[in-house]
Design a protein around this ligand. Sequence first.
Ligand code: ZN
Length: 447
Amino acid sequence: MKCLCAAFLCCLSTFASAAWQAGVAKADITPTESVPLAGYGGKTRMSQRVEHPIWLKALALKDDAGATSVLVTADLVGLSDKMIAVIAQHTAEKHGVARERLILNTSHNHSCPVTEDVLWLYYEFTPEEAAAKDRYTAMVYAKYAEVIGAAIANLAPAELAFEQGLAGVAVNRRRSRGPESRAFGGQVDQDVPVITVKAGNDLKAIVFGYSCHTTALGGLSISGDYAGFAQLELENSFPGCAALFVQNCGGDANPLPRIRGKDVEATELAGMYGKILAEAVRQVIAGSMKSLSGPIRAAMGETELELQPGIPLEELKQRLPNLSGMPRREFEHFIRQYETLGALPDRVKYPVQVWQFGPDLTLIALTGETVVDYSLKFKAAYGWNNTWVCGYNNDLLSYVPSLRVLHEGGYEGVTGMFEYGHRAPYTETVEERITTKVEELVKATAK
Ligand SMILES: [Zn+2]
């Protein structure tokens, strides 16, 4: 890690003249012991082997206006409010990075360890498993501090460019698994947005995104799933370069087909999806990319997403004895909320961030498991060729359905809400609330 940072510092500092300064760093977050695996409910899965290391990666950008912005990507399933607060506070205090200038994205990797209280209703740990989870969480906090500090310390003149490719890995889940077994048409966003960071002719970092769950794998190995394979493939293609994967709006997309119960075959398939995605990125880099100018104008705001009415306390108590596993934990959680808060919370906070890279690119960072409609909607509104919409920032929160998905019903936004501790699906204002906040922030950051 230290050697890598020093290498970036050396190479980047030999080039001068660009308005941008960029710093890149990587931190290995591969667990060093068997840990509970994240992302799927049911029986606790303890990791048995490491397919390839998993990472935090940070890109720090300082523009000619002097502000420092940091994007951190992670081979993790998500972050919680608690984790975001700790990381953001440390970054602000230690490095003076304003909250709107810190984007914390996770790949939604389902082959990573559990951290802190992320998806806490999914798991029921023995004391030993909980202790392993806590040791891992402490390491992840330390690595976030390390990787952000190293990226900022590595700031040196650089040039940025942007373009998009295409990769046909994502399939809308509703093509194969619609509500009540009805298959819907199901749209996807197969764009692969790419930002390159160069110092002269040296490619220092590739930031690339895709809208698709990292769920090709479901065994007992640690890996970055298809996104981990794609990052590896790119870092092998461009030695010395860090490849950062950003999960976009993959809430309702899976890499399909998937193989379950046959780990070797499933891993081969995940590797192939990674290669397809990496090849799309290589094609973008081989072509002509638009130079990105600064400064980054950043804004962050918050809206509230309202929830439909929840189950009355008496009914929860009546049904509880018949439940076990995760449904039981969900009901116990709701009963606790009635007893401690007097009622079930009727809304959740929903942060949104926007970074405008001069006139060339608008990066819209949404919270939670956003479905593809948000990506398509905002690209239609702000430009197909210069808008990048990513979900899976901030708190993992819940699935975030569009009005269409809410109306269709099913897991993403209706039956999946209890798992995240929310009393009911969002109301029909969900898409409008998010759209209004995005419009406001895009306007605020426009020239
Ligand atoms: Zn998910």
